[in-house]
Ligand binder design. Structure first.
Ligand code: DI6
Ligand code: FE
Length: 418
């Protein structure tokens, strides 16, 4: 059953389509959308919508009418890098950093990720779910209709699986597309102290079990001197490849470890963070079609000063995505619109590049480029409505939520009640 026809009238559409000949933003200032069930069937000028509906074989009276009242409409935003499932928070660590401790020092002293692992293991499934649900609702209210959720705070067979099940439940509870990622190779859990290779061995035996339960859509790792070496990550990626799962990598966040080039060798969907990315890494990513996932929230929050090489990424034609990296340590934000602003102010993306980074390119970073991230016939009917005059305002404003609501899978969602 394809579902009911809906006719969304009188919007100002930023389709974010990059088809040759489309104007900047895919801008259609007087645009309508025709959707049927969960899919977009047609996008075009208001004046042509009625004829389009008929030519699609539907009578005008069959379509449920929705007036967009001139709102700016973008594809539903896609937050393609989050760590949404965890227990507790790290406000005390924030204070310690203000007193002069570095993120790495805190991690090495057993705080940081490990303290969240302890809080996550101690939390019940319900408590983890409720906390993650509240976070996902906040993302949704900010225009997000698809989200990637990583594990990485359980770090054992049982606790990683619990977190992944919670992530899957989010997709049942909310009208949001959820993609789950195993980040078991995030940090070394205390029971494997000094035995990183043994822990990686264990992860390699756990991955097939989570995969068999249908818990993972992709495999990630943290390639860094405070986490895992390229050789260790490679072993995890070998298992992912055998299971037919795509990979991605936290790479070059604090130092140049050659992670991006490793990710590219495995045709990774994305390499993420990338402040310390080298020219070789850029070339490898360009050749592999790996998306550069930039995370201005973590850059800002850790007061990083080394900028990711945006000009060189652009010059090499590497698609740039942006995301919240929501996590309790380095980026406790739940606003993807705020990241649009920070991507421009901090990384000098253009407002259009920033929005493409949270829509079309974010879709690609999740392997969803043929169904999400554009207002386009055949794509999923996910869009966000904004109280602005032009989409450039989404990056111009900050800390000023302008999302009027979302349409997810063809249905108008009351984001205050979702
Ligand atoms: N890089 C990050 O920024 C997060 N994880 C990672 O690999 C931080 C995770 C945390 O501090 O809890
Ligand atoms: Fe992250």
């Amino acid at each position: 059953m394809p579902g009911p026809w809906r006719w969304w009238r009188r919007g100002r559409l930023a389709t974010m389509s990059a088809e040759p000949g489309t104007p900047a933003w895919g801008w259609l200032p007087e645009g309508d959308l025709l959707t049927r069930g969960e899919r977009i069937e047609w996008v075009g000028a208001c004046a042509s919508a009625e004829a389009a509906l008929r030519s699609l074989g539907a009578a005008v009276h069959e379509a449920e009418l929705h007036d967009l009242h001139g709102a700016v409409v973008t594809p539903g935003l896609i937050d393609a890098h989050t760590h949404l499932v965890y227990g507790g928070h790290r406000a005390r660590e924030f204070e310690l950093r203000l007193e002069g401790a570095s993120y790495e020092e805190i991690a090495r002293a057993g705080g940081g990720i490990r303290s969240t692992v302890a809080a996550t293991r101690a939390a019940t499934d319900e408590a983890l779910f409720e906390a993650a649900l509240a976070r996902a609702r906040t993302l949704l209210a900010g225009g997000v209709t698809a989200v990637e959720v990583k594990s990485g705070y359980g770090l054992s067979l049982e606790h990683e699986a619990r977190c992944l099940r919670v992530a899957r439940r989010l997709g049942d509870a909310l009208p949001i597309t959820v993609r789950t990622t195993s980040l078991a190779a995030h940090a070394l859990p205390p029971e494997f102290d000094g035995q990183a290779d043994d822990y990686i061995d264990a992860v390699c035996t756990w991955l097939p079990q989570w995969h068999a339960e249908g818990l993972i859509d992709a495999v990630d790792g943290f390639c860094e001197r405070i986490a895992f070496t390229p050789a260790q990550i490679e072993r995890v990626f070998d298992v992912a490849r055998r299971l037919g799962l795509p990979v991605k990598l936290h790479a070059e966040q604090l130092s140049d470890s050659g992670g991006a080039a490793l990710a590219a060798r495995f045709r990774a969907l994305s390499a993420d963070h990338l402040e310390y990315l080298s020219d070789d890494g850029i070339a490898a990513m360009a050749a592999a079609g790996t998306v550069a996932m930039l995370l201005p929230g973590a850059y800002y929050y850790l007061r990083e000063t080394k900028l990711p090489p945006v000009d060189a990424l652009r010059a090499a034609g590497v698609p740039i995505a942006i995301a919240t990296d929501h996590n309790p340590g380095s980026s406790p934000t739940l606003s993807l619109p705020l990241m649009l602003n920070m991507a421009c102010t901090l990384f000098r993306l253009t407002p259009e590049e920033a929005l493409a980074g949270a829509t079309r390119h974010a879709a690609r970073a999740l392997g969803l480029e043929a169904s999400h991230g554009q207002l386009r016939a055949g794509w999923r009917a996910d869009f966000a409505l904004w109280d602005v005059d032009h989409p450039n305002e989404l990056a111009y404003r900050f800390g000023d939520p302008r999302c009027l609501g979302v349409v997810a899978g063809g249905q108008a969602i009351d984001t205050t009640a979702a």
